[in-house]
Design a protein around this ligand. Structure first.
Ligand SMILES: *Cc1c(COP(=O)(O)O)cnc(C)c1O
Length: 227
């Protein structure tokens, strides 16, 4: 492993935290240290290994197949890896997802909640889950509609899922702060503590607005090159 690449990624990880600190100082809110989920989807394996060598352990992937090809090999090699699923999940793939991931951030319908609860019981892995909310009410996007959230929360709790928070992906082109505010309000209403919001373009804003988890890809690893 080239040290220059490790140094590079380490500098990017540090930069993310100092951007958050600067934004919190500017907004005069208490400095916060949201959990930094390094989104490794599509990135070359050497960059992901560089992040691991730099000491980072929390990663996010949005596709089960890609994640299992990559992390099936890497997970046993490094202690303490925490892998978050941040992309949509099909109900027929819950077994594989529960086995591979440590946190599932994209529970957005009751049918999926049921499947996950069954699978977690079967595997003896009671993973923390987030409910994904489609705060922009976009037809093509996953996430439950805000109006459907109360029923989903109730169902997930009745199924004994370990629901820890909410997650959202604001519509491209919208002011993200409106979506972050809505997500926080919904989480408060349901007594949920964790807020997964903010990506490379808006993580500092999200942190100021109370994010407990930010999902950052490009700002850590560089641009994704889709082949
Ligand atoms: C890809 C992705 C990210 C990271 O996006 P960047 O702009 O590269 O930081 C965050 N969240 C989700 C759900 C993603 O799919």
């Amino acid at each position: 492993m080239k040290n220059a690449l490790i140094d590079d990624i380490k500098a990017n990880l540090d930069q993310v935290q100092s951007d958050i600190d600067a934004a919190c100082d500017h907004a005069a809110v208490a400095r916060c240290k949201p959990k930094l989920i390094a989104v490794s989807k599509v990135q070359p394996k050497e960059r992901v290994i560089a992040a691991l060598e730099a000491g980072h352990r929390v990663f996010g992937e949005n596709k089960l197949q890609e994640a299992s090809e990559r992390w099936g090999d890497l997970k046993p090699d490094y202690d303490g890896i925490e892998l978050h699923l941040i992309g949509g999940l099909q109900t027929n793939k819950t077994a594989k997802a529960v086995a591979l991931f440590d946190v599932i951030q994209t529970v957005d319908r009751i049918k999926l909640a049921k499947k996950l609860a069954d699978e977690m019981a079967k595997q003896g892995r009671r993973l923390p889950v987030y409910l994904q909310v489609n705060t922009g009410e976009e037809a093509q996007k996953s996430g439950c509609m805000p109006a459907d959230l109360p029923a989903l929360v109730e169902a997930a709790r009745a199924l004994k899922l370990n629901v820890v928070g909410l997650m959202c992906i604001p519509p491209v082109g919208d002011d993200p702060s409106l979506h972050f505010m809505l997500l926080k309000k919904l989480a408060n209403r349901h007594g949920l503590k964790r807020l997964s919001m903010g990506m490379s373009s808006d993580f500092a804003l999200a942190a100021v607005m109370g994010a407990t988890d930010i999902r950052v890809g490009t700002a850590i690893f560089g641009a994704r090159e889709y082949g």
